[in-house]
Design a protein around this ligand. Structure first.
Ligand SMILES: [Zn+2]
Ligand SMILES: [Zn+2]
Length: 389
């Protein structure tokens, strides 16, 4: 299945939000391979020309297309190797694009990581014994790459435009999130998955068609454009899952996603495990009747709590057991030990339902209609790019 479920699962924001913006940045600094332990990598130019500069902006080397260098960590520094010869030992470098369009590949020497391609510049340093890589990417290249990783290939043009608008908005609203670490966003799912530039012409064209467009309220404030793979038929109010009630994140009925890959799921968990979790996390030991209620738990429409006393929010069960959604019902097996879970949807259920939006795009809905359905009273606003030079 090509649909990649790299979704925004977390609503926690550490830095101050950019709730109002009247311009888009020309470039964005994204930490790539975030959280990965990379000790050696190859850098290859695929387009343009690169200057390898040290911390004082002195040019150490110049790289032309298809030439590459190897960087290998040595203590708190790293060495630059070219054609098997060690040329420099440095603490930090910038690989600065020097042509009109510059792109490169990073190939880490790491079993679980694959080569990735990016546009723009790359700053390399050692942080906590491993490489820290910051890609200064053209903002719209970041948006297109993220659309590809968050929504996959072969989708409708209008769906890609919808994704581009909400991804652009989310990135802009969270631009300060990693300020204290010296970059804007990382490439993990809470900041949106960005595992390289887009390689798909139809995604790049769709992103370009809605260039500069963001989603705001009527006063021009950026919306928190959260999304998930499949709502299971009903989205949630923001306060059903998180603390804040946002007027545009309201529960809506959605019949369009029902036949899609993320619509239904099944799994089983051990009843002892559930009892143990309820005890340890909530100091809750359900009595016989309460346990009967839990083991026969049903959700005809979405509920927030597992128990009648409203002690246990279902989202904690989802998090602990790694379930696809909070929208599930429970049956106890005859053996009395196993709980069968039958669920609907995939993801947190707040904001836009990707598979519902995909189906609506195919049925001829406009991007404005799709966005207004999942984000109530929203407006598409065009922002100019702020050029820094
Ligand atoms: Zn992040
Ligand atoms: Zn849906």
């Amino acid at each position: 299945m090509c649909f990649r479920y790299y979704l925004i699962f977390i609503f926690i924001v550490s830095g101050p939000l950019y709730c109002y913006a009247d311009k888009l940045p020309e470039e964005i600094d994204v930490e790539i391979f975030s959280g990965e332990t990379i000790k050696k990598l190859n850098f290859t130019v695929t387009h343009g020309r690169y200057l390898v500069c040290d911390i004082e902006h002195n040019k150490l080397l110049e790289l032309t297309p298809f030439s590459s260098i190897t960087l290998e960590r040595k203590g708190n520094e790293f060495i630059i190797i070219r054609n098997d010869t060690v040329l420099f030992a440095v603490g930090k470098i910038t690989l600065q694009g020097a042509a009109f369009h510059n792109s490169f590949l990073v190939n880490p020497s790491h079993n679980d990581l694959h080569v990735r391609g990016y546009d723009g510049n790359l700053t390399v340093k050692i942080k906590n014994g491993r490489f820290s890589l910051i890609n200064r990417a053209p903002f719209e290249s970041y948006v297109a790459g993220t659309v590809q990783w968050e929504s996959g290939f072969n989708k409708h043009d209008i769906f890609y435009q919808v994704q581009a608008i909400i991804i652009r908005t989310y990135a802009l609203r969270n631009l300060n999130r990693h300020n204290h670490e010296g970059f804007h966003l990382c490439d993990k799912v809470h900041c949106q998955a960005y595992y390289g530039k887009s390689t798909d012409k139809s995604i790049i064209a769709a992103v370009d068609k809605c260039r500069g467009e963001v989603l705001t309220d009527i006063n021009g404030n950026l919306l928190n454009t959260v999304y998930h793979a499949n709502c299971g038929g009903h989205t949630l109010n923001s306060e059903d899952l998180w603390a804040e009630a946002l007027p545009y994140l309201r529960a809506v009925k959605d019949e369009y996603c029902s036949g899609m890959p993320g619509a239904r799921w099944e799994t089983s968990i051990s009843s002892n495990e559930l009892r143990k979790f309820l005890q340890q996390r909530f100091h809750y030991n359900p009595g016989e009747d309460e346990w009967k209620g839990i083991t026969g738990f049903r959700q005809a429409s979405r509920k927030q709590f597992l128990d009648d006393n409203e002690l246990i929010q279902i989202r904690h069960i989802r998090e602990h057991f790694g379930l696809r959604s909070t929208y599930f019902s429970i049956t106890l097996d005859e053996d009395g030990d196993t709980l069968q879970l039958e669920g609907k949807g995939y993801g947190h259920g707040v904001g836009l339902c990707q598979e519902g939006a995909m189906q609506r795009a195919k049925q001829g809905y406009s991007r404005k209609e799709i966005l207004q359905l999942y984000y109530r009273n929203s407006t598409i606003n065009y922002l100019e790019t702020e050029f820094t030079w």
